[in-house]
Design a binder for this molecule. Sequence first.
Ligand code: ZN
Length: 168
Amino acid sequence: MSRGAAGLAAGLPAQGPQASPGCALCERPGGILVWDSPWMRLIRADEALHPATWRLVWSRHVAEFSDLSRLERVACCDALALVEEQLREQLRPRKLNLAALGNLVPHLHWHLIARWEWDAHWPQAVWATQQREADAARLQALAQRLPDIDQRLRQALQQRFDPQITLE
Ligand SMILES: [Zn+2]
């Protein structure tokens, strides 16, 4: 644990979610819960064509990234980079797509999607027109690896954002 990372977590306000009625991400985790904290959570989405999809969901109901405080923005970006690093190391994708849209669910969340040339939408965004048939064998092989990767992601995020650790 580096002192800088510990200080970052210790400085974040421990505020619970301020739910917005009818918001899917206020009412439900939104996927397989990989890691949870007072500030944000990581879920793995159940996407049939793109199973290597995770979402970093801010706990508080805010629509835009700039609604976060400066410290929260740093923590959010740090978490995104940490997950991205882990996914690159573990999955070695052709590309890692990072996106925040929220047009349908205006509760701040970032998509982290591992991409390969063989996937159904490559080289387009996963929300664009499908480019080819799904490769069932590759999808199945990929899906089998994901629980282990979830565990590695959980450990890395717990270590980085442990709220119990304070600066010396
Ligand atoms: Zn919400």
